[in-house]
Design a protein around this ligand. Structure first.
Ligand code: CP
Ligand code: NVA
Length: 307
């Protein structure tokens, strides 16, 4: 097989997805075993949008594997002056072992991958955020062991997180419900893709508009910001449109007693989640953030054939 990219969870076969998650657990348990696995390798990280977790976890992860990472703000490199994505990808491929990019349009990543001769990793696009979902599946496995057959409910905007969570859960055999306000449902193409994965794994994929009904019998309740990066000017309207979709104590009490609360972060307490839930005993948000480090180390080892 040629160069492997990771633009979507769908870029890993089902066996590979479980193998990367197993490797992530091993990397977390015994990081010293992998301390020199990527000696001499480097990761170029291109950011069109802001980041805390993605930037810090990838950069630290590469260091912990014996390699190094370069932070490249999109406005600081020649892309900001109009150099093409294709040429940028070709050039960076001559220097670095991998490219990670956080972009607006998903097509930017596809173009990068089409021209790069090294693996391209999606560090978030307007459409998908698959690295977060690797960390989230790792977190769910830590809490529940075998996650197949669980019910996962996402409450909020049908955004990049909703899309990747649907794909990741359906592929992992986790039933997934998305409860979004009318008009903010996930993209139909991703719903259809998740349903087709669900047919293989037995996972059911439902899109609903009633958060209370959606969380019933759920093992996991997940939410994300109501206005994503690039949607700042819609914030005021979204505050109105998402009324009733806050994950708070009342909503959590409709889920299973031992349900966990998840959020990719950054969180807006008082908007999509109450402080009581976000900082309460059911919350695993900082485990998710930590697992970005371990899951992405595993992903990079896998993409470079070093796992
Ligand atoms: N969850 C996540 O991707 O966080 P950052 O935007 O801080 O990278
Ligand atoms: N949906 C959010 C996720 C941030 C990690 C955004 O795109 O801004």
């Amino acid at each position: 097989m040629g160069v492997r990219h990771f633009l979507s969870l769908e870029d890993l076969s089902l066996d590979e997805l479980w193998a990367v998650l197993d490797l992530a657990a091993s990397v977390k348990a015994t990081p010293e075993k992998y301390a020199h696995a990527l000696n001499g390798k480097s990761l170029a990280m291109i950011f069109q949008k802001k980041s805390t977790r993605t930037r810090v976890s990838f950069e630290t992860g590469m260091f912990q594997l014996g390699g190094m990472a370069l932070f490249l703000g999109a406005s600081d490199i020649q892309i900001g002056r109009g150099e093409s994505i294709a040429d940028t990808a070709r050039v960076i491929s001559r220097y670095n072992s991998m490219i990670m990019a956080r972009v607006y349009g998903h097509d930017v990543l596809e173009e990068m991958a089409a021209h790069a001769t090294v693996p391209v990793i999606n560090g978030l696009s307007d459409a998908l955020h698959p690295c977060q979902v690797l960390a989230d599946l790792q977190t769910m496995r830590e809490r529940f062991g075998d996650i197949r057959g669980l019910t996962f409910t996402y409450v909020g905007d049908g955004n990049n997180m909703a899309h990747s969570l649907m794909l990741g859960c359906a592929r992992a055999g986790v039933n997934v419900r998305i409860a979004a306000p009318s008009g903010y449902e996930p993209d139909a193409a991703y719903v259809a893709a998740a349903r087709s994965h669900g047919q293989v794994t037995g996972a059911e994929v439902m899109v609903m508009n009633d958060p209370m009904a959606a969380v019933a019998d759920s093992h996991v309740v997940y939410t994300d910001v109501w206005a994503s990066m690039g949607q700042e000017e819609e914030q005021a309207q979204r505050l109105i449109d998402f009324e009733g979709f806050q994950v708070n104590g009342r909503l959590m009490s409709a889920a299973n007693n031992d349900a966990i609360f998840m959020h990719c972060l950054p969180a807006h307490r008082g908007e999509e989640v109450s402080a009581e839930v976000c900082d309460g005993p059911q919350s695993v948000i900082f485990d998710e953030a930590e697992n970005r480090l371990h899951a992405q180390k595993a992903l990079m080892l896998f993409l470079l054939g070093a796992g």
